[in-house]
Design a protein around this ligand. Structure first.
Ligand code: C5P
Length: 321
């Protein structure tokens, strides 16, 4: 089992595996051009964080069954994890029988990649339980057919992603930092944001400085290199999100950024103390339906992970709903 899968594994039996399914943030995102297939060519640096769903994959029965603890999340083929199981069976030729259970903590439609992560982790879990019928290359191909950022979650950590996001180059892990996540109850449609994007209006940023900051493990430089080329388009379409950004700036969240196409705003802090303090302040000042959480850009091993407990008051499930 590779290191990443080991980090994600909570429990492993012969026919059942329980895995963490991490969220991501985009440290850098620049759309470059529209392609003939309607997608946008982009450059993005993605980073997994330790805000995680749980995915349980159990081999049983003769169909794909999916259960989810969050109302409103589709339980059938509308769920990317369900489609991942279907695509895994088609590519590998194995006969399914699988029950997938999702325990959701990552908000939906928030730019944190929860659905894509669940799909990738389902692929990893199925491949593990079936004795690795698919090579890494074939898993990446299946992942890319499901969505642009699914392949990234087969690797996790820090990665430079190009193409429409599905070409993943692993990077040296970014220096350790904490993020304060501000998650309003606004679902943003990624397709709609890309549809309104006017590439003539945006100044191109180079990813070079971000890569340098990662290479040098320089958090200060990383913070100065954060960038999201979709932000202008998102804020133009969602004025309430723009106001929220102004509010969190006033409350001292450092350099708030959108993750992906939003709606999550995040700020990077160098220390856990700074992140916790900022998070508490925001929880008291923002509307009660805006979730605030602290996460780290490292996954501790599932065994030493007491994170959800000691920070439960900051967590979407343990904190304000
Ligand atoms: O690939 P995914 O399903 O996540 O993308 C959702 C939508 O976002 C696509 O249908 C497309 O309209 C838009 N998109 C894009 N360029 C990308 C990624 C997504 O235009 N690189």
């Amino acid at each position: 089992m590779d290191e990443y899968l080991k980090l994600l594994t909570i429990e492993r039996g012969a026919r059942r595996i329980r895995l963490r399914s991490p969220a991501k943030i985009n440290l850098f995102l620049e759309p470059l051009r529209k392609r003939a297939d309607g997608y946008h060519e982009l450059v993005t640096v993605m980073q997994t964080i330790d805000l995680c769903d749980e995915v349980e994959v159990e081999l049983c029965g003769s169909e794909i069954e999916l259960e989810c603890d969050r109302p409103g999340v589709p339980a059938g083929s509308g769920n990317l994890a369900w489609r991942a199981a279907e695509a895994f069976a088609a590519e590998s030729g194995v006969e399914l029988g699988v029950r997938i259970r999702l325990a959701k903590r990552i908000p939906v439609g928030a730019g944190l990649g929860g659905g894509s992560s669940n799909a990738a982790i389902t692929l990893l879990g199925l491949n593990e339980l079936h004795g690795l019928p698919l090579s890494r290359r074939r898993l990446v191909r299946v992942a890319a057919s499901l969505g642009s950022d699914v392949a990234f979650f087969l690797y996790g950590g820090t990665a430079l992603c190009t193409g429409r996001g599905e070409r993943v180059k692993r990077l040296k892990p970014a220096p350790e930092f904490w993020v304060v996540l501000v998650m309003p109850p606004i679902g943003v449609s990624t397709g709609e944001v890309y549809g309104r994007l006017d590439l003539d209006l945006t100044d191109r940023h180079s990813v070079r400085r971000m890569l340098r900051s990662i290479n040098r493990s320089d958090v200060q430089l990383l913070v100065r290199s954060l960038h999201n080329g979709l932000a202008g388009t998102v804020f133009a379409g969602y004025p309430s999100l723009r106001s929220l950004r102004e509010e969190v700036v006033r409350e001292g969240l450092p350099y708030p950024q959108l993750s992906g196409s939003g709606s999550t705003l995040y700020g990077v802090c160098c220390t856990e103390a700074e992140a916790s303090e900022t998070s508490l302040r925001l929880q008291h000042r923002l509307r009660s339906d805006v979730l605030v959480a602290v996460a780290r850009n490292r996954l501790a091993s599932a065994k030493e992970n007491c994170h959800g407990d000691h920070r439960s008051q900051d967590h979407p499930e343990g904190g304000r709903q």
